[in-house]
Design a protein around this ligand. Structure first.
Ligand code: HEM
Length: 184
């Protein structure tokens, strides 16, 4: 039934989200936070690029937020070296798959509100080290506007959307579980 798309996506990606959440951890030290930045950077760079290369469905007057640049600036603030991109193995040419991927990318702004609080405790903010989190967490209009798109897209296929959402979570997890840590 239309209107339940978000509820379904949330419940069918819950396990993947929990694994990402556990991989990020509590960010209680600056070193933890640097490691988080080193690992989230390739995820966001890869996703921003994948989304830039998608041919946008007709009639969608909505664009995803690009945070890779702010994140790269945070990495420079913290002395985290540049990272190589990952190779995404999903196809976002189908609108339902694209919506599933966007659900993950945009939904991460909700979690950013929690991470921003943790970063603040480490003395990081929109001027140094936590630019991407402050930007993601402050934009409160994007998420509802994304949900309108999700709920209003005709011929939506939940199955395809869930597969893409879980593939994007798997990409995030592979970035967070990567053993290549930032050099000091
Ligand atoms: C790249 C990493 C992450 C991705 C892709 C991601 C993705 C998402 C998505 C898709 C949602 C929306 C769920 C819904 O439909 O309500 C969400 C919400 C949320 N995430 Fe994450 N998340 C990430 C990291 C984290 C981390 C590390 C935390 C740890 C605190 C976290 C905490 C939360 C919380 C608390 C919410 C719900 C907020 C609310 O309902 O107001 N997330 N995230």
């Amino acid at each position: 039934m239309r209107g339940n798309e978000r509820v379904e996506l949330r419940s069918r990606t819950r396990e993947a989200h929990q694994r990402v959440d556990a991989a990020v951890g509590t960010l209680s030290t600056l070193e933890d936070y640097r490691r988080y930045v080193a690992h989230v950077l390739p995820f966001r760079v890869t996703m921003d690029e994948a989304l830039r290369n998608v041919s946008w469905p007709e009639g969608w007057n909505w664009q995803p937020s690009a945070v890779a640049e702010l994140l790269a600036q945070d990495a420079r603030d913290l002395g985290v070296p540049p990272v190589r991109h990952e190779q995404p193995d999903f196809d976002l040419s189908d609108p339902s798959a694209l919506l599933g991927a966007l659900y993950v990318v945009e939904g991460s702004s909700l979690g950013a509100r929690v991470l921003r609080q943790r970063a603040l405790k480490l003395g990081l903010d929109e001027t140094f080290g936590a630019r991407h989190l402050v930007s993601m967490a402050s934009d409160t209009t994007r998420w509802p506007s994304f949900l309108s798109l999700l709920e209003g897209t005709p011929n939506y296929d939940l199955g395809r959307s869930v597969v893409a959402a879980n593939a994007v979570f798997a990409l995030a997890l592979s970035c967070f579980e990567s053993t290549s840590l930032a050099a000091s």
